[in-house]
Design a protein around this ligand. Sequence first.
Ligand code: FAD
Ligand code: NAI
Length: 464
Amino acid sequence: MADESFDVIVIGAGPGGYVCAIRAAQLGLKVACVEKRPTLGGTCLNVGCIPSKALLQSSEKFSEAKGALAAHGITLGEVGLDLARMQARKAEVVKANVSGIEFLFKKNKVTWLKGAGRIAGPGRVAVDGSEYATKHIVIATGSESMPLAGVEVDEKRIVTSTGGLELDAVPGHLVVIGAGVIGLELGSVWRRLGAAVTVIEYLDRIVPGTDAETATAFQRILARQGLKFKLSTKVTAAKAGPDGVTLTIEPAKGGAAAEVTADVVLLSIGRRPHTEGLGLAEAGVAADERGRVRTDARYATNVAGIWAIGDCITGPMLAHKAEEEGVAVAELIAGQHGHVNYEAIPGVVYTWPELATVGATEEELKARGTAYKVGKFPFTANGRARAMGSTDGFVKILADAETDRILGAHIIGPDAGTLIAELVLAIEFKASAEDIARTSHAHPSLNEAVKEAALAVDGRALHI
Ligand code: FAD
Ligand code: NAI
């Protein structure tokens, strides 16, 4: 006998799951959401997007106070770091966000089933000794940090992002394994707060998958800020002792091993789907070779009435991607036509300057055999960026050589994560570079660099 029955039970209350629950409730369905953490919001709000951005913001202010403000004629006395206060502020930011989701659940009459959920059979979900009946189950259980053989995480000296957000002292030397998004964001935080930071990356480049020219320029800027990079290098072991951690490294393609010592090691080599204990195999739900729940283009698994979204399925592991899928699956369940345009999902690295991208890279266009034009404009030629004293980076737009349609955009620069929105919308609306070039952009604004890059696609940038 079921304790209670629902139209939809969502398992996992991250950005995919909680947004799905709210949208399904908006559509008049009776909805429950199962979450095993003590708070709602998933990885993103508790130990991901939000706490990392809080520390990025605070550490950026610290580094401005230490140096950059002097160029504006602002002199300060000795600048001190109260890390405990910085961490407490981060916790307050997280608390405000997670309790916001609890409020939204109440407002939308979504029932929060507290505990770990398991699919007990078709249309049945078990949560800590109780069982609930439902017409639809949405799996939104997210992801977890990828382990590395020979590197045992203790979340004190050898940490994942979760421990890396909680350090109570600035490490003398932080070694980051993996030059991806987490490594560069958290590497930047601790570098700004005073740590020496070495980033060890297996490949011969940073942020794989990003436009290669843009990634090279980004690496140069981060190196100027003091991040040291060891590319084409693999870590084969890390041993924590009383005085720190000793890592064994080797050239990626073989060669002599060497040792590196660190006070703290951050393991950030990617994330893997989190589906343990969910009863997927027993329920007959198929997974792919990387453990991701297999779905069709409408987020349906191979078992009728079971759907999946977010980090635990294919695609970029991003909060806004999970959210879009949450909305789409709720609408599909309600008989509507939910859809996600994967061509127009932005990706942002929230360092300073930020790196923001959407759509195709040059490498992808070459591989597809698509003829394209490039328009580039540097922030050194943008009046507002000069006034801000933040001229690192550029806007790069890739447009179809024949139709002028925008196919991709890559920005390094101040507030690139906000600037990219214009180009995401352009791609969503299938706009041409000419459309942006002929649109009035406020002066003096950073967005003028986007307009100038669009003009540059046709070789007619005005300010360079
Ligand atoms: P999750 O957010 O992982 O949520 C899944 C939830 O399901 C979890 O709360 C988990 O406890 C729960 N759960 C799992 N199994 C069960 C079960 N059996 N029963 C009950 N509950 C269960 N993305 C961005 O777009 N921007 C960023 O700036 C950004 N920063 C990040 C920084 C860090 C340090 C990390 C680690 C990630 C970051 N991400 C960022 C990625 C982002 O957090 C994820 O893409 C996003 O959280 C995925 O959402 P989700 O709903 O699929 O899963
Ligand atoms: P990632 O996939 O971004 O980067 C992992 C890096 O580690 C890659 O460069 C990879 O080549 C490298 N690597 C893999 N194995 C290695 C090894 N054995 N030795 C050395 N290097 C190795 O993964 P990351 O940074 O862990 O982030 C996980 C996910 O979280 C990402 O998918 C990202 O989308 C998401 N995230 C998003 C953020 C944002 O949107 N701002 C912020 C933080 C995380």
